[in-house]
Design a binder for this molecule. Structure first.
Ligand SMILES: [Zn+2]
Length: 219
């Protein structure tokens, strides 16, 4: 049994981008430069439309599908808020500098613009300002993987019903954002690369989604 588990762990670690976000891990405490320093104010506010395509695997899970659709509305509201723009641009990593790890050489300002351009590796250039993706639900009860993607091969976000069945819409918003950022070519070096674009922006999404749901609006 021990050998089997080791083999399993080995296999899992080689599935591209399958490490995804383990939502049970504590959300890292996010730090930001003060908004009155004005970094975000120098960048034009963009608009991103959330346009999910084919959503499959939910036929016997209407509540999960409803939560997913609620999450899409949340993502669109959060991503177009000034608070999201401020946090993405003002994000400070754990070394104290205003930048992301694995940032493809982009400044925080350029990361914001890349997100809002909706530039998926596949087809993104033809659909500017749109967040395009498909979702396919599967269940693997022995797996720790919440979701995974194959960037450049498809725009499908595969989500594990084992976790999604218990997720609140704010958690789905965060995970979908994390996975979609992979479809846009942003990576992380491990599941503890909390300062990477998929993780950090996923955390920003989660916090702002919770705030939106609590108070009903964002600035
Ligand atoms: Zn990931």
């Amino acid at each position: 049994m021990k050998k089997f588990m080791l083999a399993l762990a080995f296999t899992l670690s080689f599935i591209p981008y399958a490490f995804a976000s383990i939502e049970s891990a504590p959300t890292s405490k996010l730090k930001f430069a003060a908004s009155n320093l004005g970094f975000a104010d120098r960048i034009a506010t963009q608009h991103l439309q959330v346009l999910p395509g084919n959503i499959s695997g939910f036929s016997s899970k209407p509540q999960e599908l409803a939560n997913m659709q609620e999450a899409f509305r949340i993502v669109e509201a959060v991503i177009n808020s000034d608070e999201f723009k401020q946090k993405v641009i003002n994000f400070v990593n754990k070394s104290g500098s205003r930048s992301y790890t694995n940032n493809k050489g982009l400044t925080n300002e350029q990361v914001y613009e890349a997100i809002m351009a909706g530039n998926e590796i596949i087809g993104g250039a033809n659909t500017p300002g749109q967040m395009n993706f498909d979702v396919s639900r599967y269940v693997k009860s022995w797996s720790k993987v919440i979701g995974y993607t194959s960037p450049g091969k498809s725009n499908t976000i595969f989500v594990n019903g084992k976790f999604y069945s218990g997720f609140q819409p704010s958690e789905i918003s965060s995970n979908v954002t994390h996975e979609w950022l992979h479809l846009c070519g942003f990576v992380h070096s491990s599941a503890s690369d909390h300062d990477s674009v998929p993780y950090a922006v996923g955390y920003i999404m989660k916090d702002l989604a919770a705030k939106l749901l609590k108070q009903g609006f964002l600035n």
